[in-house]
Ligand binder design. Structure first.
Ligand code: ATP
Ligand code: MG
Length: 384
């Protein structure tokens, strides 16, 4: 009797002719998530089985799989020969010795001598034999023994359907460049887009030495966490120190955040094109803070030449974002108190509804292109 993890996938059936491509991509993502852990993955009509792993690794395997998009549900159970004695042994192993239960059989192998109903009553009867602590309740059982009689002479026996991450396999919807700060929002934004199948590369702007090295470590940590959901990512780290110094020296300080955002967007678009990303993703949410107004977004969008900017959190309240951040495990890191470059040289009264003409007027005091060139020369890329 071999312990297995049964993986069922979601939504891929929608893709008709592309199904084969989707399934291969999905299998590659499964392999990546279990890298370094002894296992084998086999495909079996409409599901994948993780086999040949050490039982001690069951928790780490299920924890890693729970982050993989495209998984609808998974179950821990046993693979046995389609033989009633073996099926019964597995049923005993996945079931309990007390409480109410039912047996639920699916029989893909129509040559198997017993029907699904007969298997249910035979296995149910054997479970009950001599055990007064057990009783059958088909409507509201405390546990279910699921039996799946496959076409290939083997059966899968398991009890629970664990909920998978849903979504589409990462890599099936192109690639995006996520602007990641050290805050709560941007990792959540990245997670949401990755869920729909987009692979991510990340970019972070710092203003060392005004921001410290722990702030950078924090962003690396956040990106590593996000990376578990998107089957690996790269982090581009770019210094905007000199840009901020120049704005501070030459421009009206009230425009610091607005102007910095425009530099971030320009640099992001150049790096996105370089790494093959087809869009830019931010963690902005409408009206969340003073700088996140539609005027602020208009100002930062207007420097983008051709890529779409996705802002998946636009319609979320902060508490909804925090809830997601806790669920994906980034919250505790995000709330560590290190400074972000946006708070460096922060004016007392930043403009909240910047007029584009005023922004352009301020920007005309700078040599925008050479500042961008200079920032690009500081890029450091980490594989996470
Ligand atoms: P977050 O929690 O993601 O920091 P926030 O509520 O603090 O968001 P802002 O600081 O206004 O909002 O930033 C809005 C978005 O701009 C961020 O979600 C992120 O996508 C991008 N951004 C801000 N600062 C940086 C930075 N230093 N590096 C990269 N992207 C940034
Ligand atoms: Mg922030």
């Amino acid at each position: 009797m071999e312990k297995v993890i049964i993986i069922r996938y979601s939504e891929m059936h929608l893709k008709g002719k592309n199904r084969g491509w989707f399934e291969r991509l999905f299998a590659v993502n499964l392999e990546k998530s279990l890298k370094g852990i002894k296992h084998e993955i086999h495909r079996q009509s409409g599901r994948y089985l993780v086999e040949n792993f050490n039982e001690n690794d069951t928790d780490i395997i299920t924890s890693n799989l729970s982050k993989i998009f495209g998984i609808h549900s998974f179950s821990i159970g046993f693979k046995v020969n389609s033989d009633m004695n073996e099926i019964f042994k597995a049923a005993q192993a996945v079931g309990k010795s007390f409480g109410t239960f039912k047996v639920d059989t699916h029989r893909a192998d129509k040559t198997f001598p017993l029907t699904s109903m007969q298997i249910n009553s035979e296995i149910g009867g054997r479970m009950l034999d001599g055990n007064r602590e057990l009783s059958v309740d088909v409507h509201n059982p405390s546990f279910v023994i699921n039996i799946d009689v496959r076409e290939n002479g083997t059966s899968l026996v398991f009890n629970e359907f664990l909920k998978g991450a849903g979504g589409m396999p990462v890599g099936s919807s192109g690639k995006g460049l996520l602007l990641i700060s050290g805050g709560i929002d941007s990792p959540v934004a990245g997670h949401m887009i990755a869920k729909r199948g987009m692979s991510l590369e990340c970019i972070h702007f710092h203003s060392y030495p005004y921001t410290n090295l722990q702030a950078k470590e924090k962003v690396i940590e956040l990106t590593k966490k996000l990376s578990q959901y998107c089957c690996g990512t790269k982090l581009n780290i770019v210094s905007v120190t000199h840009i901020q110094e120049e704005i501070h020296k030459k421009c009206n300080g009230e425009y610091m955040v607005t102007m910095l955002r425009r530099f971030m967007m320009r640099i992001a678009e150049i790096i996105a094109k370089k790494c093959g990303a087809q869009c830019i993703i931010t963690g902005e949410s409408l009206a969340q803070v003073a700088s996140q107004t539609i005027e602020g977004m208009t100002s930062s969008n207007s420097v983008i030449e051709s890529l779409p900017v996705l802002r998946p959190l636009c319609g979320f309240d902060k508490d909804e974002i925090i809830e997601r951040s806790r669920a994906i495990g980034t919250y505790e890191t995000s709330i560590e108190p290190y400074e972000d470059c946006c708070t460096v040289f922060l004016p007392k009264h930043p403009v909240t509804r910047p007029k584009l003409v005023d922004v352009l007027n301020e920007e005309s005091k700078l040599d925008v292109n050479s500042l961008i060139e200079e920032a690009l020369s500081t890029v450091e890329i980490l594989n996470l």
